[in-house]
Design a binder for this molecule. Structure first.
Ligand SMILES: Cc1cc2nc3c(=O)[nH]c(=O)nc-3n(C[C@H](O)[C@H](O)[C@H](O)COP(=O)(O)OP(=O)(O)OC[C@H]3O[C@@H](n4cnc5c(N)ncnc54)[C@H](O)[C@@H]3O)c2cc1C
Length: 463
């Protein structure tokens, strides 16, 4: 009997790490990708991995190698991947480039995922990173229009936004990207099969009634948003594809901002972004537990929490956060203002190194001088006092994700504060602040080597 591959709820076993992994020369094992169930061994497909082998697809029949004890088996494919999201596409392409015969199956395209719909490109392209950023770009114009008045711009009438144009253009772009990825798979020699994949046994996949055999099966089905039991709430899929602009939205979970969810972010950065968002009309209800969503006779929604009821919402959205990696892996939050970070938070650095020097800059960007808006930028450098290495960099403000991507190279390379200091700042930019911070705002000195106890924080001036 066929076993259904059910999509795990909430967290996504993304294959991003696998994607960036360089397969070793002799044999490949996917065991480092600990969340992925792999059937059989994923062995090297080419004696010369540097060479792109000729493509063998369209059900090339392969014989399983044997040490003599097992019977020889023929398979339709070396690798059958279920799910063509970021992970599945990348793994399939790489395997094909190493000479494997590869097939990948994916559900039919839709902007909202379900048990029967998905689409080549997966969450990132269709319901995550890409549509989210397109909507963030769209929303930024309203601030730009406001900003522009101080620079002498006047409009005959207030600029109007047409939500349906935005959503139609966004969806056309997503369709286009799906087409691009299909071509990439085709050019890599990967056979794409549309349909719902089910594992029949360790070497057989059923796609809508048709069976394929494979030496290896890779499950790369990602995750789907999960709403804990309210018919009135929407998830991130729906939020990125609303037919009309939400008038007032409650976000349960608060993503990176809610203190509990934003665990991996520097506390000062969380406070700063919270303040900046409050200036733009976002109200935070921290330390409140949602209990029920109620619908009034006028159709508006109320959110009942353990501390009271907040009403008048057109939408209530459930959001979950992702914890960023504290090692030198950069990450960004495309909020407004956006956050970019790489390395340790101050709290983590103290725990790890004991003695750290902290440099911060909190300033009004040049643009704000004429626009008159209260927006500020915040930058923070965390330096290991013993080695002088920059072990953490956090930015909150315009272009933070773009800036952090470049500086992440320096942090990953283990550059020191002295290296930063000797780098010439480009003036006038916001990022020049990072190479011109001269005096620490505090030097944290721990009396224990682990830095876990008796942390003594001295004002920089007094040290
Ligand atoms: C709103 C949102 C914003 C995000 N923003 C960012 C960001 O800015 N930066 C970032 O790095 N990450 C971001 N992410 C996370 C990123 O999108 C995911 O980490 C990534 O898409 C996971 O890739 P995946 O291949 O593991 O899974 P997915 O992309 O979910 O792919 C799994 C695929 O498997 C298909 N599938 C499932 N079951 C079957 C089946 N039985 N048969 C056939 N096909 C099946 C699905 O249809 C889907 O296409 C965001 C996520 C969300 C939800």
């Amino acid at each position: 009997m066929a076993t259904y591959v059910s999509t795990p709820k909430l967290s996504s076993p993304t294959l991003q790490t696998l994607c960036n992994y360089k397969f070793p020369m002799s044999s490949i094992t996917l065991s480092h990708c600990n969340k992925l169930p792999i059937f059989g061994n994923f062995t090297s497909f080419s004696p010369n991995p540097g060479r792109i082998c000729s493509r063998r697809f369209n059900a090339a029949v392969r014989a399983e190698s044997t040490n003599g004890s097992e019977p020889v088996r023929n398979y339709d494919f070396d690798l059958f991947t279920i799910g063509a999201g970021s992970g599945g596409v990348r793994a399939s392409r790489f395997a094909a480039n190493y000479g494997a015969s590869v097939a990948v199956c994916e559900l039919p395209f839709a902007t909202i995922s379900s048990d029967t719909t998905g689409g080549v490109g997966g969450t990132c392209v269709l319901r995550g990173c890409v549509p989210k950023k397109l909507l963030v770009y769209a929303s930024k114009y309203s601030h730009e229009f406001e900003d522009s008045h101080g620079f002498g711009w006047n409009y005959g009438a207030d600029p109007k936004h047409d939500w349906s144009t935005l959503i139609a253009n966004k969806n056309a772009e997503l369709q286009g990207l799906t087409g691009v990825i299909k071509n990439i798979l085709k050019n890599a020699g990967v056979t794409l099969i549309e349909g719902h994949g089910k594992i029949v046994d360790g070497h057989t996949v059923d796609v809508d009634g048709k069976r394929y055999s494979a030496k290896n099966i890779l499950i790369s089905v990602g995750g789907r948003p999960y709403i804990p039991g309210s018919e009135y709430a929407i998830d991130s899929d729906a939020a990125l594809d609303l037919p009309s602009k939400p008038k007032k939205i409650a976000i349960v979970g608060g993503g990176y901002i809610a203190k509990k969810v934003l665990r991996g972010f520097d506390e000062e950065v969380r406070d700063f972004v919270g303040e900046q968002m409050s200036l733009r009309g976002i109200e935070f209800h921290t330390e409140e537990l949602p209990q029920a969503i109620l619908k009034s006779s006028d159709g508006s929604l109320s959110l009942k929490t353990n501390k009271g009821t907040v009403d008048g919402f057109s939408h209530v959205m459930f959001a979950t956060g992702r914890a960023p990696n504290k090692r030198a892996v950069p990450s960004a939050v495309f909020s407004q203002p956006p956050i970019g970070q790489v390395g340790f938070t101050e709290e983590q650095a103290i725990k790890e190194f004991g003695n750290v020097d902290v440099y911060t800059g909190n300033f009004r960007p040049l643009k704000g001088t004429l626009s008159g808006l209260p927006d500020r930028a915040f930058m923070k450098l965390i330096v290991c006092a013993k080695t002088n290495k920059v072990v953490g960099l956090h930015i909150c403000g315009e272009d933070a994700p773009e800036i952090i991507q470049g500086f992440a190279v320096a942090v990953k390379a283990g550059l020191t504060k002295a290296d930063f200091d000797s780098t010439v700042g480009i003036h006038p930019t916001a990022a020049e602040e990072i190479v011109t911070m001269r005096a620490p705002v505090r030097k944290v000195r721990s009396t224990t080597s682990e830095g876990k106890a008796n942390s003594e924080i001295k004002a920089a001036a007094g040290v």
